[in-house]
Structure formats: C-alpha cells, structure tokens
Write a protein that binds this ligand. Structure first.
Ligand SMILES: C[S@@+](CC[C@H](N)C(=O)[O-])C[C@H]1O[C@@H](n2cnc3c(N)ncnc32)[C@H](O)[C@@H]1O
Length: 280
C-alpha cells in the first residue's frame, strides 16, 4: 500500500533520468492522472492509492520514461496563456511561435471587419491565440490532418472562441473570393533528412517535414498568399532559424513589400513578415 507522498518520491527519482525538472513533472503527472490540482497532492500526502489509481500513474510514468513528451503525457499544453488539448496528432505548440503572435498583435486593427487566416493550424494554437486577443475578427484556420483538426475544434469549443475550421491543402478549401488582413502560418519546415528528426519522433512527421529542401510548404504558402490578402494585408511566417534569407527571397520574388525577418530572444531568425504585393 503506497501513499501519494511515496509515489511522488518514486516518480521524482525515476523521472530524473529523462527530465531536468523531475519534481515538477512528478507533481504534474500525478495531478493529471488522479484528477487533482497540484496543491491537493500536498494536502492529501498520506492518502493511500487504489490499485486503479496506481495503474494509471504507472502507465503515465512508463510513457514518460519511454521518452514521450510531457505535453502528450499530460494531454494539454499552454500556449500564449491558453491551455490547449494536445495529442500525438498535433505538433506541441512551441514558445517560439509566441513571437509570431506578438508581432501580429502589435499591428493596428483595420477599420473594416478584420479577417485572419491560420494555415496548418494543428492544435489551433495560432488561430486561437489571435481569436481570443481579437474577438471582433473573423478567424479561419486550415489543416490537412482530420485528426489534428478535431483537436483544434475541441480547443476552440473549450475556449469559446469563434473560428471557422477547414480541412484541406493550404488555400484549397477557401472560397477564392476571400481576402484576409493577416495570414499567419507555422508550416512544416524541416528537410526530409534533417538530423533533428529522431529527437522529434513522437510528433507527427507531416507537421514537421516539408520535403527535400524544407522550404516546400513555405513556398506553396507564399505562392498562394498574394491573391488572398487585402491590399496592405500582412503575412507572418514562422520558419527555421537558418531559413530567413531563403524566405525573404521567396517573398521578394513574389513582389511582397516591407519584407522583414524577426529574431527570437536567442537572436535567431524565426519569423518573417511582409505586406501584400501591390498588384495582388
Ligand atoms: C508545424 S505544425 C504547426 C501547428 C500549429 N500551427 C502550431 O504552431 O503549433 C504544421 C501543421 O501544418 C499541417 N499541414 C501540413 N501540410 C499541410 C497542407 N498542405 N495543408 C494544410 N495543413 C498542412 C500539419 O498537419 C501541421 O498540423
């Protein structure tokens, strides 16, 4: 018969082999598995666990020890202050993408009803952060994976955010007449042979890999964006830290204006922004 405190100690010790914050992870995993708030673990430290509870805890611990990312073990993750459901069908939202949201929200809101498009929405992270911050805007989000789109929809319902969720390939599911003020995207941008892929083995390959060069998705999006932007509309693209020059070139080749790359806090080029081409 093991109580909560002993389980917590056991988990802490074992998690040290996969985590640099084992005490915190032990608390989060226990709270999630037992349906408690982390603070309730302390209050109930001497509570003895049922065999079902022990089974649930052991299952979570084994998953985490096998290297499953903490976000998938917990089933939720925070992005821009929003708690989002995540599972293995979606990319785990990254703090890097918050830079894109900061840049967009620093822009003025147009006089007309604003329209925003998120391409490759995954868990819905970007679309939902913008929908919550700009509740008057009409937000559309496109995703090619049905499983991912189901997660995004649930996140939208959970947050009470109004987003039009569309399944399909980039601009294909959109009415050709639709025009946006902002198009945002964090598309797959790794090359098929990227050496970091083994570290990301638990996340969906289709969310990570663009093709042989890594630029294929960015190229498709840039190619289609001009005719879906209002005059003066803006595009915000997240990309790999070594892709800034290539993305700027792709945008300039398509006559985008005010092309600018922004660095993250580590000084790495992560997001490129531009205004719609004059002739769009
Ligand atoms: C890097 S993930 C980004 C997910 C989310 N926007 C975020 O920042 O956490 C890229 C997403 O694009 C989706 N995707 C890949 N190719 C696509 C395509 N041709 N059309 C629409 N979505 C696509 C993937 O399924 C994945 O969910």
């Amino acid at each position: 018969m093991t109580n909560l405190q002993e389980w917590q100690r056991r988990m802490h010790a074992q998690l040290a082999s996969v985590s640099d914050q084992p005490a915190q992870e032990a608390r989060w995993l226990m709270a999630q598995s037992l349906g408690l708030r982390p603070t309730e673990l302390l209050v109930n430290a001497h509570q003895v666990l049922s065999s079902d509870q022990e089974y649930a805890l052991q299952k979570r611990l084994d998953e985490r020890l096998r290297g499953v990312p903490l976000a998938y073990c917990l089933g939720e993750w925070s992005f821009y202050g929003l708690d989002l459901e995540v599972n293995a069908a979606v990319l785990i939202p990254r703090p890097d993408s918050e830079l894109l949201i900061h840049l967009a929200l620093a822009e003025a809101v147009p006089e007309h009803e604003m329209q925003i498009l998120d391409l490759g929405t995954g868990s819905g992270a970007l679309a939902l952060a913008l929908a919550v911050a700009r509740p008057q805007a009409r937000v559309f989000a496109v995703e090619q994976s049905l499983e991912a789109l189901a997660v995004a929809r649930r996140n939208g319902e959970r947050l009470g955010a109004k987003v039009v969720w569309l399944e399909g390939d980039w601009f294909a599911p959109l009415d050709p007449a639709l025009r946006f003020d902002w198009i945002v995207s964090n598309p797959p941008y790794l090359a098929s042979a990227d050496p970091h892929l083994p570290e990301l083995q638990h996340e969906p390959l289709a969310a990570l890999v663009a093709g042989p060069s890594g630029l294929e998705c960015l190229e498709s999006i840039i190619q289609g964006a001009g005719k879906h932007l209002h005059p003066g509309g803006q595009i915000f693209l997240e990309h790999g830290w070594e892709q800034g020059a290539a993305v700027r070139k792709l945008l300039r080749t398509r006559d985008f204006q005010q092309v600018q790359t922004h660095a993250d806090i580590a000084g790495r080029e992560r997001v490129t922004t531009a205004r719609s081409p004059n002739h769009a």
